[in-house]
Design a protein around this ligand. Structure first.
Ligand code: SF4
Length: 351
């Protein structure tokens, strides 16, 4: 049976939705049933969290929070490449039901969308937020209250979307919220464009790392992400450090993620993302049961229309070859929605 692109997108969505509400576990992860407390709470009990906040805030004086290393004094209101001010700007926050199933559970992932970005991909789906900085500037105290509100709504975690340029504010807010009863894990939902030294500073604070690994070739990274030719190398180093800190994904007895590394990789048209190199690297550099989400939902956004190579959605064939590579290189903990989509198209093709 022929599969059209329109049909492919439709079935991607439907399968994703059905798995969201399914109750049977479909992928492997280490199960933990011991009483769990978040990493940042342990660090506070050790008397080290306040010092970490101070260390992080000091970086604002000569900002080198990310590989751009602008050197601007954000304490004095100077702005660098990301255009972010000293205080966090947030666009929205809410329980999110479109994230990975292990983050969403029954009550949603408590997602906070930070405005501005240090990578600024030309195909960004959130471009009004990340490129144009739309949102509201708030105080760290307000950010703490947002975290507590999401927790009170039953969210399973605090999902920090594009956190890199506001990391010190997040640490400060987390400590404030902890004092008022925050007890769910932080999800560091990053583009992967992170400095190794900065990720090291997050050790013992972040329980769940959710980095992208967008490209494996520096020329693609430079072309589509504002000249960030160093992206593949810095992102790989950052991910290795994240794995060192939190290891393979752990779930609680309800199947909700409580600690570990979850990597996202968006399949792009014309093999722009270097997907075969990506799965090969994961298989060789990380445990084979590292959680990997090979994502099929690329769509043409923002300035991607101006680049013929990426000015279309991906085909079924491009998604299927990505999943086949993951199997070929022996990855064993793939996102269940991606696996379901692959199985669906296998079945359609054999009918
Ligand atoms: S966080 Fe922003 S100001 Fe700081 S180094 Fe990165 S791009 Fe520059």
């Amino acid at each position: 049976m022929e599969i059209t692109r329109r049909g492919f997108i439709k079935h991607s969505f439907l399968l994703g939705s059905s798995f969201l509400f399914s109750s049977s576990p479909v992928y492997s992860a280490v199960k933990k049933e011991v009483k769990w407390i978040p990493a940042y709470e342990k660090l506070e009990m050790d008397g080290k969290l306040a010092q970490r906040v101070k260390q992080a805030y000091a970086i604002f004086e000569n900002c080198h929070l990310c590989p751009k290393k602008c050197g601007v004094n954000r304490q004095k209101g100077e702005k660098g490449f990301c255009k972010a001010p000293l205080k966090p700007v947030i666009f929205s926050y809410h329980p999110h039901f479109g994230e990975e199933r292990a983050l969403v559970g029954g009550k949603g992932s408590g997602t906070i969308f930070f405005s501005n970005c240090n990578l600024r991909c030309i195909f960004c789906q959130n471009w009004p937020i990340s490129h144009e900085g739309r949102g509201k500037e708030i105080q760290d105290e307000d950010l703490a209250d947002v975290m507590l509100k999401l927790q009170s709504m039953g969210c399973h975690n605090i999902n920090l979307v594009t956190p890199t340029h506001v990391m010190p504010n997040i640490l400060n807010a987390t400590r404030m919220a902890l004092k008022k009863g925050l007890h769910i894990p932080l999800v560091y939902n990053t583009s992967g464009y992170e400095r190794l030294e900065i990720v090291k500073l997050l050790e013992g604070i972040v329980d769940l790392y959710l980095p992208d690994l967008k490209y494996m070739d520096s020329d693609k990274a430079a072309k589509y992400s504002a000249g960030a030719s160093d992206y593949p190398e810095v992102a790989k180093k950052a991910i290795l450090e994240m794995n060192r800190q939190v290891g393979v994904l752990q779930l609680d007895k309800e199947g909700i993620a409580i600690r570990g590394l979850m990597i996202r990789h968006l399949v792009m048209p014309n093999r722009v993302a270097g997907t075969e190199k990506f799965v090969k690297w994961v298989a060789e550099a990380l445990p084979k049961n590292t959680y990997v989400n090979i994502m099929a939902q690329y769509r043409v956004e923002y300035k991607a229309y101006d680049y013929p190579e990426i000015a279309r959605g991906i085909t079924v064939q491009e998604f299927m070859e990505a999943m086949d590579w993951a199997e070929k290189y022996g990855l064993t903990n793939l996102d269940p929605q991606s696996v379901a989509l692959k199985n669906f198209y296998h079945q359609r093709r054999s009918n």
